[in-house]
Write a protein that binds this ligand. Structure first.
Ligand code: C2E
Ligand code: CA
Ligand code: CA
Length: 744
């Protein structure tokens, strides 16, 4: 629109020449009418000039389309009015005079005006069409009116001429329109591209074929730590790279390498990537990609977080989350690396002796804290070249590369570990002693693969634990044989249970005051076809390991109740209940069933439990014990003094009896301190309202000493009777009370 309105000069000259032409032709022809045409022409020119001023004042923006349309109409109106007056003047010259000179002037001016209008205003289709018609019709009519061949011929020529003028204008308009649209599209595309590039998380930069900087986004400069206001255009890529390396404090030696790699790629026209480890833990990845037309695109990505996440994942996959020690799979890798070097090494399999008790009594958070302290102690006593791993639970394994394959080194290490883990731990205010046992196997002598060596270290550990706590054992080939024996024994226990090869023996427990047998303890025996009578000490732990103790214990309970029901008087029976039966079995149901089947009154049944039962899962244990008490059954605590329970702990549970372990009787005859300990423990227990039994009485002096203690109610031991087959018990009971003066 502005294009139409802004051309004041052509309005001025157009109007001026038209007025002059009208006046001159009027004078030449002597016609007032013709000369008078100058007036409307001048007036129209003036109005149009005013309109131009008005437009300049209003100056509608490029977006105001409706307003632009209005202005266009006003312009067309002005321009067409002028064209009408002009062609009217031309028509009059043909009508009122016969002077060819006048005709020539008016025809030429009118034609020139029309061509000028279309040339200038081709963008407006309406204007061109209107002017062409308003100019053409009177001109053609005027020519035809002359009735002369030349005039008529000219009139006929004018028709195609006007049509082609209009066509040219239309074509021009389309060309202009296409150009405008194209440039608009291009601008829109450039703006979209700009938005995309400036919002991408990567830094992007382009270099031309001469390795000169062309363009980059802001992220590129921020990521590389370059000043955003810097003038980079036209600068060499190498200069920019050098500045980047400097800004990110990349060491000098590394810088040259980066620059050389970049130049090599550039020269070869191929792509590549570089990783820059910048200061402040920032890691950047620079990727170069050639452009078809020459040059390259450089992408910069901040991969610090990605790298950290990768490192975290790798750490999780290789290390134990609790202690931060390597886990099993990473340990295996390390073992295999040492073995591949042909270096001998020892595997020390460590088991914490009392960990389970601590975990069950003091809770898992405390257990976890203890494991962390164990890990810290292991780190302290071992060499940096040793690998320490935690395989889960309380299993720790150490890999010690051996110089010259000397196993003595491993032995020294084991000693150091046992001593370090044998010291008191303080966890959450608790003083804890746990101790450790260790099994050792050597690569390559005890096996070549990781699994073999580990299995053998485990076997050695098993032997170390059965040899007593706080010891270490080297693997010996016959340990494997023993392990196989154990497996065979496990199968045999199940068979024996099915085939009725177990038998219950009974050992009397005697009242110290009356000499009467009050209870007989049921002790299981296994009659083995080849091995003869096997001790429960040998197969009970195994039966516990394999859980077969649940069925075996149930059978013993039924058998013991059945036998007891046949005994005279009120003599009761004491049955040992394994911790596994408590943990996994249903003791209450088992007891109800045994009492019902045998018809034994509940008060004649006594259940012997161990301290470890009290330590595990205390709430559940107490509920089970209370349910048993409600049945009328009595509970006694077996082997008191060998485990972890303290006297203060006992009154939490509904216990009737405490059996003081026979280890308390050791040295009582000779050592006064042992004597005081036994007497003290017995008195305190009695004071807590529980009756006291002393187990394992073997000698006369022991009995004499015990008889002097009023707090001790009952005794049990070889001095009175060993455990005997069930068939011997009725006669033993009928023989009456024990005469303490006679036993010797
Ligand atoms: P315990 O419950 O402490 O049983 C007492 C053990 O001490 C018995 O060993 C008994 O023969 C032995 N004994 C008795 N008086 C003396 C003595 O004066 N001197 C010595 N040195 N030992 C004496 P036994 O029968 O070999 O049983 C060993 C352990 O096996 C038992 O210790 C008990 O823990 C377990 N056990 C035995 N029978 C059963 C059972 O039916 N069920 C369960 N769960 N465990 C049983
Ligand atoms: Ca017992
Ligand atoms: Ca006992």
């Amino acid at each position: 629109m502005t294009a139409l309105y802004k051309d004041r000069r052509s309005l001025f000259s157009g109007t001026g020449s038209a007025i002059a032409a009208a006046l001159v032709t009027g004078w030449m022809s002597g016609s007032m009418w013709i000369a008078g045409c100058a007036i409307p022409l001048g007036l129209t020119g003036f109005v149009r000039w005013m309109d131009m001023n008005a437009y300049e004042r209003a100056m509608p923006g490029p977006q105001a389309l409706a307003e632009a349309r209005r202005w266009e109409k006003r312009y067309i109106l002005g321009s067409s009015t002028f064209a009408v007056f002009l062609s009217l003047w031309c028509f009059l010259t043909f009508l009122l005079t016969q002077d060819p000179a006048v005709h020539l002037v008016s025809f030429a001016v009118c034609l020139a005006y029309m061509i000028g209008i279309t040339g200038r205003n081709y963008a407006s289709d309406q204007l061109v069409t209107f002017t062409t018609i308003t100019a053409a019709v009177p001109m053609v009519a005027g020519l035809l009116l002359q009735y002369e061949f030349a005039y008529v011929f000219l009139a006929l020529l004018l028709v195609p001429f006007f049509m082609s003028v209009r066509n040219i204008a239309t074509r021009l308009r389309h060309t202009l329109f296409d150009a405008v649209v194209a440039s608009h599209d291009l601008r829109a595309l450039a703006s979209h591209f700009d938005t995309a590039v400036n919002n991408m998380p990567h830094g992007l930069c382009m270099f031309d074929a001469d390795q000169r900087f062309v363009v980059c986004n802001e992220r590129f400069l921020t990521l590389l730590g370059l000043p955003t206001g810097g003038r980079w255009k036209g600068r060499k890529a190498v200069t920019l790279l050098a500045r980047t390396l400097e800004a990110n404090s990349v060491p000098k030696e590394g810088r040259q390498k980066v620059i050389e790699s970049f130049q090599d790629w550039f020269a070869a026209g191929c792509s590549g990537a570089l990783v820059l480890e910048a200061a402040g833990e920032k890691i950047l990845e620079l990727t170069f990609q050639p452009i078809e037309a020459g040059g390259c695109v450089m992408l910069v990505e901040d991969i610090s977080e990605k790298r950290r996440a990768e490192a975290r994942i790798e750490h999780l996959a290789r290390y134990d989350a609790l202690t931060g020690l390597p886990n099993r799979s990473y340990f295996q890798e390390q073992f295999e690396a040492v073995a591949a070097r042909g270096q001998a090494c020892a595997l020390l399999f460590i088991d914490l002796d009392q960990f389970k008790v601590v975990n069950d009594t003091l809770g898992h958070p405390c257990g976890d804290a203890l494991l962390c302290q164990v890990a810290a102690r292991l780190r302290r006593v071992l060499r940096p070249s040793d690998v320490i791993a935690r395989f889960g639970g309380d299993e720790f394994v150490v890999l010690r590369p051996l110089r010259g394959g000397d196993a003595k080194e491993a032995s020294l290490t084991a000693r150091r570990i046992v001593s370090a883990l044998g010291d008191v731990f303080t966890v959450e205010g608790h003083q804890i002693v746990i101790g450790a046992s260790i099994g050792i196997a050597i690569e390559p002598t005890d096996g070549e693969t990781f699994d073999q060596v580990l299995k053998n270290a485990d076997l050695a550990l098993y032997c170390a634990k059965s040899d007593g706590r706080g010891v270490w054992r080297f693997f010996e080939p016959d340990m494997d044989v023993r392990a196989q024996d154990r497996r065979a024994l496990e199968i045999a226990v199940r068979d024996a249970l099915e085939n009725g090869n177990f038998e219950v023996f009974f050992q009397p427990i005697i009242n110290l005051k009356t000499g009467q047998t009050t209870v007989c303890e049921a002790l299981v025996r296994w009659r083995h076809a080849e091995r003869g009578m096997i001790s429960p000490a040998e197969f009970i732990p195994l039966a516990e390991e394999t859980n077969v103790i649940i069925e075996l214990g149930d059978w013993i309970l039924h058998e013991a109740c059945r036998q007891c029901a046949s005994w005279p008087g009120e003599v009761g029976v004491a049955v040992n209940i394994s911790p596994i039966q408590f943990r996994r079995g249903d003791v209450v149901r088992s007891v109800i069933s045994a009492l019902e089947r045998s018809g034994l009154p509940a008060h004649r049944l006594e259940l012997e439990i161990t301290e470890s039962v009290l330590m595990e899962n205390t709430e559940v244990t107490r509920t089970v014990l209370e349910n048993l008490k409600r049945l009328g059954v009595r509970i006694s605590l077996d082997d008191f003094g060998t485990g972890y329970a303290s006297l203060s702990y006992l009154h939490h549970f509904p216990l009737d009896k405490v059996k003081i372990d026979r280890s308390f009787l050791q040295d009582v005859e000779a050592d006064s301190r042992s004597r005081k300990l036994l007497v003290g423990v017995a008195r305190l227990t009695a004071d807590l309202g529980m009756s006291v039994v002393v187990e394992g009485v073997e000698t006369r002096p022991q009995l004499t000493l015990l008889m002097r203690q009023s707090s001790i109610e009952e005794v049990q031991g070889f001095l009175f009777s060993p455990p005997r087959p069930a068939k011997d018990i009725p006669s033993l009971l009928e023989a009456g009370k024990v005469d303490f003066d006679q036993v010797a």
